[in-house]
Design a protein around this ligand. Structure first.
Ligand code: FEO
Length: 150
């Protein structure tokens, strides 16, 4: 049985390393989904809740409007206000349904709000950051609550 342990243990270690590697590939930090152009919601962003889909569509629209008028402080403010409204709505559904991933999802929301509020001007890199964040967030993180929010 000592010999058996020697064989089994390294295999299970290797499986653990492999599984950690695969889950790191699956984390929203490494995921980069294609940014649609034009920047519009499509069925690949469907999370199966109508109110949330409608809010995501509005976020795409507000980001398009900011992109078209980058120097406008009003467009950035309108986007940030709606981002907060949307996150508050989504988080309310997490709380109401005791969603298991609530803490980490809320932390992801809070980090984006902080990062977006820290933007002092909107150029190409800032637009790409905002567009990529929403795409990746919906496809890597929001999708995880499908079927779990009542
Ligand atoms: Fe739809 Fe987690 O934002």
């Amino acid at each position: 049985s000592v010999r058996l342990l020697c064989v089994v243990y390294p295999v299970s270690r290797r499986l653990l390393v492999l599984s950690n590697f695969l889950s790191s590939l699956n984390s929203n930090h490494t995921m980069a989904f294609p940014i649609p152009s034009p920047y519009e919601w499509d069925a690949s962003f469907d999370v199966k809740y109508d109110v949330i889909n409608d809010q995501h569509k509005e976020l795409f629209k507000l980001i398009r409007e900011l992109d078209a008028d980058r120097a406008s402080g009003d467009k950035l403010t309108a986007l940030l206000n709606y981002v907060v409204l949307h996150f508050t709505h989504e988080e309310g559904m997490f709380d109401a349904n005791k969603y298991e991933d609530t803490a980490s999802h809320k932390a992801t929301h809070a980090k984006f709000v902080n990062d977006a509020k820290a933007l002092t001007s909107i150029g190409d890199s800032e637009m790409t950051f905002i567009k990529q964040w929403l795409v990746d967030h919906i496809k890597a993180t929001d999708v995880k609550y499908m079927g779990k929010l009542g």
